[in-house]
Design a protein around this ligand. Structure first.
Ligand SMILES: Nc1ncnc2c1ncn2[C@@H]1O[C@H](COP(=O)(O)OP(=O)(O)OP(=O)(O)O)[C@@H](O)[C@H]1O
Length: 548
């Protein structure tokens, strides 16, 4: 049972074997040893082809097996902290795990066994009605797909994230619907869930590739007094799609991987009371910034599938959860060094990422050079007499002057080790290639967003430039106009347009180059991806091995 003051809980939920797994004759490889311990029995083959079972021991704040229903899970894990939201806490509950492991079952549940959303809704309204009648509840529901936010309660409209001067993170345009009772809330949630699934045929071909964020805010007037947020995370195995032949799938995979790793780092920073929380490491952690600072309570539910065919994904999920919060080892785990082994066995790319996110964060804070001038003109140069004659035109030029937008690529966006030429790719080892590839995809996603924004801005600037040209024509047609001034101003505007187009084309070329580079890296990556057995360190403890 969770303590209401416990800041972070990491728990594991095992689902039962499903009918397909039973039909295939899959065995259940997960054994709950104690309320906190889970054993995974992994089938392996020795070099001499004898088969054996390797046991992996994991210790968490709680382990819940297939006999535990949603209500029992809620009472043991989330209920104790929901009340804290009324005292100003930000309560956040994540469901993590591979596709089909039970994340949605846990969050939404089924008619016979409602999930955490409904259980929490019942309590929130109960506490509100009994003790906090002034509090109003609002709900927002959005999805993060490939680094972009979609409002599930507003036709999947794209939302933008902004950090204000006080470093508060705001989701611009997100709709918060007021709710006055459990039924209204659940209807809105069902509507959002449906929007999430129907999006599968459009922007998003599979909801397991997106993170669903449900935010219930407790408000007094406009002020948010507390918050309960549920996050149904993307299928954890999706992060491994980086060698897929389809570029979109690779980008999604890299984005999911990046967000899950950043999430792990943020919760670890919270757990270890670190001063610095690397929430800028991904869109997911950026929008959840609130959940990692100040008065917050976090529950991470790692959902796992019990079938033998899911063993690798289950082990990866458990290792991830294990790294999220490092429990004091020893004592009850009966691990015989397996916990340490599990930590040592984290995939190399995950460790690389940890280092890189922190570096990236530091760099970001040091410089923000993206708004450097790209053209030679300065604002003052536009303030020539002919423009002064028409204040409206001058102001619109100054307001929208293209000088404020960089039409060329920021130089520091070139990946550190992402191969400046194709030959370098050949010389990279698998770790460098993986890290470089992920880094490059991060760059590409950021570039894509910038490119589209710059394009929009360029169109606005072009329209402004046309307006100024029309004003120039109007002036030059008047009797006694200064034709030299006209020529000078026109030349300047044309030069500015030339610069703008040249800069933007070079940005486009850079972006295209990165796309080609990514393609080459993905090819090299898949061709070199020899079946590395990351679990086989050649140091098995004989006590742990049993012949089958
Ligand atoms: N604890 C459980 N008890 C009984 N059935 C379960 C349990 N957990 C999951 N299931 C069943 O397993 C199936 C897959 O579960 P679910 O859809 O919740 O997975 P998921 O992790 O959300 O998958 P995805 O990432 O694809 O959305 C469903 O049919 C669900 O009813």
């Amino acid at each position: 049972m969770a303590d209401k003051d416990q800041r972070i809980q990491v728990i594991v939920r095992k689902r039962p074997l499903n009918s397909k797994e039973r039909q295939r004759g899959e065995s259940d490889i997960l054994i709950q040893r104690s309320p906190n311990t889970l054993i995974v029995k992994e089938e392996k083959v020795k070099v001499d082809l004898t088969r054996y079972i390797e046991e992996h021991y994991f210790t968490f704040d709680g382990v819940y097996n297939e006999d535990v229903n949603n209500e029992q899970l809620y009472r043991a894990t989330v209920q104790p902290i929901v009340q804290a939201a009324f005292q100003g806490a930000k309560v956040t509950c994540f469901a993590y795990g591979q596709t089909g492991s039970g994340k949605t079952y846990t969050m939404m549940g089924e008619a016979s066994t409602p999930g955490l959303y409904l259980q929490a809704a019942n309590d929130l309204f109960y506490y509100r009605d009994q003790y906090y009648p002034k509090i109003q509840l609002t709900v927002a529901f959005y999805e993060i797909y490939c680094g972009k936010l979609h409002d599930l309660l507003n036709d999947r409209h794209i939302l933008h994230v902004r950090e204000d001067a006080k470093q508060n993170v705001n989701i611009v345009g997100l709709q918060y619907k007021p709710v006055d009772g459990v039924e209204t809330l659940m209807n809105i949630i069902s509507y959002g869930m449906a929007a999430r699934t129907t999006g599968q045929t459009g922007a998003n071909d599979d909801s397991s590739r997106s993170h669903g964020v449900l935010e219930i805010s407790l408000r007094e007037g406009r002020a948010v007094k507390g918050k309960v947020t549920f996050i149904d995370l993307a299928g954890s195995e999706r992060g491994a799609d980086v060698s897929n032949s389809d570029a979109k799938t690779r980008f999604d995979g890299a984005e999911i991987n990046k967000s899950l790793l950043a999430l792990k780092e943020c919760i670890r920073a919270l757990d270890q009371d670190k001063k610095h929380t690397p929430f800028r490491g991904s869109k997911l952690t950026l929008v959840l910034k609130d959940s990692f600072v100040g008065n917050c309570r976090t529950v991470m539910i790692a959902n796992v599938s019990p079938g033998i065919n899911s063993c690798e994904h289950t082990l990866n999920s458990l290792r991830y959860a294990d790294r999220v919060k490092e429990l004091k080892k020893g004592g009850g785990s009966g691990s015989k060094g397996q916990d340490q082994l599990a930590n040592a066995l984290m995939l190399p790319r995950q460790n690389n990422n940890v280092v890189r996110y922190i570096k990236q964060e530091e760099e970001e804070q040091e410089d923000t050079p993206y708004l450097k001038m790209a053209t030679k003109n300065t604002t003052n140069e536009y303030e020539r007499p002919i423009l002064k004659q028409n204040t409206n035109i001058k102001q619109s030029m100054l307001k929208n002057t293209p000088n404020k937008t960089s039409y060329i690529s920021p130089k520091n966006q070139i990946p550190q080790r992402a191969a400046h030429d194709y030959e370098e790719i050949e010389n990279m080892d698998i770790e460098e290639l993986t890290a470089g590839h992920e880094n490059l995809i991060g760059v590409i996603l950021a570039e894509e967003e910038r490119l589209i924004n710059t394009h929009r801005k360029m169109i606005d600037d072009m329209v402004d430039a046309i307006k100024v040209q029309m004003a120039l024509l109007g002036e030059v047609d008047k009797p006694g106009s200064d034709v030299e001034l006209y020529v000078g101003e026109l030349d300047k505007i044309l030069a500015m347009k030339e610069d703008m187009i040249r800069g933007f084309r070079s940005q486009l070329k850079n972006f295209n180059g990165h796309l080609r580079m990514e393609e080459a890296m993905a090819k090299a990556f898949s061709s070199r991806r020899a079946p590395i057995d990351v679990f086989d360190l050649g140091s098995h403890d004989d006590d742990l091995l049993q012949d089958i």
